[in-house]
Design a protein around this ligand. Structure first.
Ligand code: C5J
Length: 229
């Protein structure tokens, strides 16, 4: 009788500031806010005066990362920064901040800005969630604030999170810090995250992996894919 050895589920990823042992059985990919409202013209990002084309550049890499996660069998989570239609979960301090051309809840070319169920709050077609993947609507910048994400991850035995998405220094970094404080090991894929301000993206990568990885690790996509396949 021949016996087939179980494939090892853990791999060593050549990350910074140090190699990271990633175990596929306890890993989830968390794709932050790849929504039309941030990436396409006419949404929240552009209403704040930003050049949204900078964010669209990472879409092929995020698509490749999603494909890797699906092949590897990692649990996949997508988040959407969004609010209830009555804006009951949008504090005035958030809605009234700054001087955007359109505020959260205002009608725009893709429907009401950052409101759940409107076309602008949907994830872009190229990165659409698959059946069985978790979609988390979050009213804050962080994925753990006022959501059930922590409970879902814990119930699945997940302790390592691979992060991608936008924007690096706002929702991605906030979510990573929330996860780090909750005991998750966090790995940010460097070329699968973007900011309207490239210098802020770079500063965030440097901050995350500074001081021995005070928030987590970073890795280029090809290095992660190379370790896995
Ligand atoms: C922002 C986000 N930048 N998804 N949201 O307001 O990073």
């Amino acid at each position: 009788m021949t016996q087939t050895a179980a494939l090892p589920t853990a791999r060593t990823v050549d990350a910074l500031p140090a190699p990271l042992q990633l175990d596929g059985a306890s890993t989830a990919l968390v794709v932050i806010d790849m929504q039309r409202d941030f990436i396409e013209p006419g949404g929240f990002g552009e209403s704040l005066g930003n050049d949204v084309s900078l964010l669209a550049e990472i879409v092929p890499t995020v698509a490749a990362l999603l494909a890797l996660a699906r092949r590897a069998g990692w649990f996949v989570v997508h988040t959407r920064e969004s609010h209830a239609p009555d804006l009951s979960d949008c504090p005035p301090a958030k809605r009234l901040r700054g001087a955007p051309s359109m505020r959260i809840g205002d009608p725009g070319p893709m429907g009401r800005i950052l409101v759940r169920g409107e076309p602008g709050s949907e994830i872009i077609d190229a990165l659409a969630p698959w059946v069985g993947e978790l979609v988390v609507d979050k009213p804050g910048k962080g994925a753990f604030y006022a959501t059930g994400l922590d409970q879902v991850l814990r119930s699945r035995g997940i302790s390592q999170l691979v992060f991608a998405g936008v924007t690096t220094e706002v929702c991605v970094q906030t979510s990573m810090r929330e996860a780090n404080d909750r005991g998750y090991e966090c790995l940010l894929v460097e070329d699968a995250t973007a900011s309207y301000f490239p210098a802020f993206r770079q500063a965030t990568l440097d901050m995350v992996r500074s001081q021995g990885g005070i928030v987590g690790w970073t890795v280029p996509f090809q290095a992660l894919a190379g370790a896995w396949e």
